[in-house]
Ligand binder design. Sequence first.
Ligand code: NCD
Ligand code: ZN
Length: 346
Amino acid sequence: MSQTITITRPDDWHLHLRDDEMLRAVLPETARHFGRAIIMPNLVPPVVTANDAAAYRARIMDALPIGDDFQPLMTLYLTDKTNAVDVAAAYAEGLITAVKLYPAGATTNSDSGVTDIKHVMPVLEEMAAIGCPLCIHGEVTGADIDIFDRESVFIDTVLDPLRRALPELKIISEHITTKTAADYVMAADKNLAATITTHHLIINRNHILVGGIKPHYYCLPIAKREHHRIALRKAATSGDARFFLGTDSAPHTDPNKESACGCAGVFSATNTMSCLAHVFEEDGALDKLEGFASLNGPAYYGLQPNRAKLMLVKSSTPVEYPVSIETRDGPVTVFDPGYPLFWRVV
Ligand code: NCD
Ligand code: ZN
């Protein structure tokens, strides 16, 4: 007999949809399974003002398959020059759900990011006052800091001082990759939660580097040692409501990944729910999947869970997924967990 689980329709609390042809190609991959997603603003040029967010939202809605009720939750890209009044107005009218902090130069398309947190304190103070959440790419960028240490150094030198200075600011530490970050979130008394990606629950740094370099596993923050991956699995499957899904599904075409200087980003929208069901079942925590993927995120953001449901069925034969999806810009490789998946969304 086949096994089935039915959960509240999930949301993705960290997603890259890009624009134009890429947007049209990748949006259905997310909308097929997810009710809502926090849309990353790192376009070129980035989504900086309320007007930018309104225009981007309209382009996303235009790219949605007809009849689909997927809801994009927009964010603004924080820069040294962001205007607190513009942010407050966009939040008050429901146009944006959060603001995103990229340290300048931390990752793909982050050149306009914040050069020093001091420059954005007036905006952050306003956000704390009105309850607007801050999503953080938590990595320092100093050339002297080892890429595998960038997340933990960020916690010590930026995140912890910021939380002490502004305890009322609601923060999401995004795509955490270390035990250090998971422990830090668990120790927080309030106003701190974390998203975890699908791929960081599955790969460690050996998957990227052993037996030949695997560009499709290269993302930022970079996957760390195995004991960190295990700590992320524990956090995700623990039922602790401060941890929830943000896939960080980040499409780049194969030529841009398979290059002498390849882009960072893993595209996992297509098979994320199958991967997660596998992971949670493996850890004896299928009953915690709904919390992680569908309930903890909305609760932290102060939103209702989706009303619709999602059903997954486990079959005896592996689920077939495309190796890549076609876009007008070229193929985009789908995340390969490295083992067959048996849970299928129906
Ligand atoms: C993201 C992208 O491609 O936009 N890449 C990634 O490796 N995660 C940017 C980001 O979220 O860091
Ligand atoms: Zn991202």
